[in-house]
Design a protein around this ligand. Structure first.
Ligand SMILES: [Zn+2]
Length: 208
């Protein structure tokens, strides 16, 4: 049941989805993704790892300059459920402060590495003011490089209005991800989807 804490999609009347990219910034793959959004329009959310953000700050800056959002993906990418409460806090706070130093604002959304999450981590995220973000297309598993076709099929079959889409731009070869995104961005736009950041999507949530 731990995944019920995560926001996988937002109940909204707007026809929109949120592309998200975990594990960057990366000096090769993040710019390739930015080029795709620059060509077609639309905005994305980059769930950055603090230690990568320190190394590739210029890449993060370009994300911001082009209208995208930075979200928190911890400082060292640990399994949060294996950490003490204090270690968990440090993971979130260090990266949150790095992002705030760049953007001038506290990040408002957080994605746990491996989607590994429990009540303790939830309480910590809540205390620090974060919405905790999952995804609807976890079956795509782009992180394991399963082939462009697999990423496309799993994402297409799970896309729906208000959905959050998960991809990866860091750690390993991400050419498959870039290729899939290059196809998905114009395809979804032709279907009438707006491509928005996670915080925009959250702001459009219908009142229940
Ligand atoms: Zn990750």
């Amino acid at each position: 049941m731990q995944h019920s804490i995560l926001v996988h999609e937002v109940n909204t009347d707007r026809k929109a989805v949120a592309f998200t990219f975990d594990d960057g910034p990366h000096p090769i793959y993040t710019p390739q993704l930015l080029d795709i959004f620059r060509a077609y329009g639309g905005r994305a959310t980059f769930y950055v790892i603090g230690e990568h953000l320190e190394r590739y700050e210029d890449t993060a800056r370009r994300c911001l300059e082009e209208g995208h959002e930075l979200g928190n993906h911890t400082y060292t990418h640990p399994y949060l459920t294996r950490l003490s409460r204090e270690q968990c806090r440090i993971e979130l706070v260090r990266t949150g402060e790095r992002i705030e130093a760049l953007t001038g604002r506290k990040p408002v959304t957080f994605r746990p590495p491996y989607l590994d999450f429990d009540e303790g981590a939830a309480a910590m995220a809540d205390e620090l003011g974060y919405a905790v973000i999952g995804a609807v297309n976890t079956g795509a598993e782009d992180w394991r490089q399963p082939g462009v076709e697999h990423i496309l099929q799993e994402t297409r079959s799970s896309v729906r209005s208000g959905g959050i889409l998960l991809f990866h731009d860091g750690y390993q070869d991400r050419e498959q991800t870039v290729e899939a995104v290059r196809i998905l961005v114009p395809e979804l736009q032709e279907q009438g989807f707006e491509l928005v950041t996670v915080s925009e999507l959250l702001s459009w949530k219908n009142r229940e």
